[in-house]
Design a protein around this ligand. Structure first.
Ligand SMILES: Nc1ncnc2c1ncn2[C@@H]1O[C@H](COP(=O)(O)OP(=O)(O)OP(=O)(O)O)[C@@H](O)[C@H]1O
Ligand SMILES: Cc1ncc(COP(=O)(O)O)c(N)n1
Length: 266
């Protein structure tokens, strides 16, 4: 069985973060593991508080996994402070796993910050270059690239700028745009588009976590990057189509294996 690790924050309400990642891994038939970087008291409406795990403990969790288990892919999510970023980056350099997908999480869907804005330089210098694939949404791509994104051409421009910062591939996600849910992949050479009809729902808590974990799962399963993204796009679209009206705010995406299998058979 393929083994996939999520290094991210814990969302106690179960819709995003480590919890969404593990659900996505199970739906893909891969064995999920987790390193908790922050404990977030949050729900579908708000973030109440964030407590970061000490860097030393983050490092020990990563050691515990890599000294014992071969890891086929890694998904990195919320890293709130420079110290956690440095701890994760050092260990990723030490163990050099294949298929590292990094989601540079900055805000929750409800607008609450999940990353210290002062940590962006550390994110760019120490974390970004370790990504086989970086998956910013539009506001994140704007902050990293330092440009405003108003259309698909701007998404492409930001992808090129971010690629130049040292990651191997960039996927700028269009969830925050209007019109179709169009994502742009740049591999340093060419652009690839992944398009889906926008689903009219407020229940999109955890879409980014779901997508990056689905890509990491597909890479672990041996699919090439474009195919891995294509399949993950299909997975996240189905997970949003079947999203759940749980809670008073943005409800979560839905994961289960039969849904995935039936969706892919279409
Ligand atoms: N309403 C929607 N209908 C269809 N697809 C959507 C919708 N919202 C987001 N997506 C898709 O979901 C995926 C995640 O994109 P999004 O831009 O929402 O990520 P994100 O903002 O990082 O998510 P999160 O806020 O959960 O971290 C992308 O493929 C995006 O196109
Ligand atoms: C621990 C954690 N990680 C990531 C997200 C982003 O997901 P979303 O923007 O969908 O709330 C989150 N809310 N919580």
């Amino acid at each position: 069985m393929k083994k996939v690790l999520s290094i991210a924050g814990s969302d106690c309400s179960g819709g995003a973060g480590i919890q969404a990642d593990l659900k996505t891994f199970s739906a893909h038939g891969v064995f999920g593991m987790s390193v908790i970087v922050s404990v977030v008291a949050e729900n579908t409406s708000r973030v109440i508080d964030i407590q970061d795990v000490k860097p030393d403990m983050i490092e020990k969790q990563i050691d515990a996994i890599f000294e014992d288990i071969d890891v086929d892919a890694v998904k990195v999510g919320m890293l709130s402070q420079p110290d956690c970023m440095k701890a994760v980056a050092e260990k990723l350099k030490q163990y050099a796993p294949a298929n590292v997908v990094i989601d540079p999480v900055m805000y929750a869907k409800n607008g609450c910050p999940l990353m210290n804005p002062g940590a962006i330089d550390t994110l760019i210098k120490t974390v970004l270059p370790l990504a086989d694939l970086l998956t910013p949404n539009i506001p994140e791509a704007e902050k990293i690239a330092g440009i405003e994104i108003n259309n698909v051409e701007d998404m492409k421009k930001s992808a090129v700028e971010i690629y130049k910062m040292g990651c191997k591939n960039v996927l700028v996600k269009g969830g925050h745009a209007t019109g179709n849910a169009l994502d742009i992949l740049f591999d340093g050479n060419k652009f690839y588009s992944f398009d889906a009809q926008r689903i009219e729902t407020k229940n999109t808590h955890g879409t980014g976590c779901t997508y990056s974990s689905a890509i990491a799962s597909n890479l672990a399963l041996g699919f090439e990057l474009q195919e891995a993204v294509h399949r993950a796009k299909e997975y996240v679209t189905i997970a949003i189509q079947h999203s759940l009206s749980i809670g008073k705010g943005n409800g979560p995406t839905h994961h289960f294996y039969e849904l995935y299998k039936n969706g892919l058979k279409k």
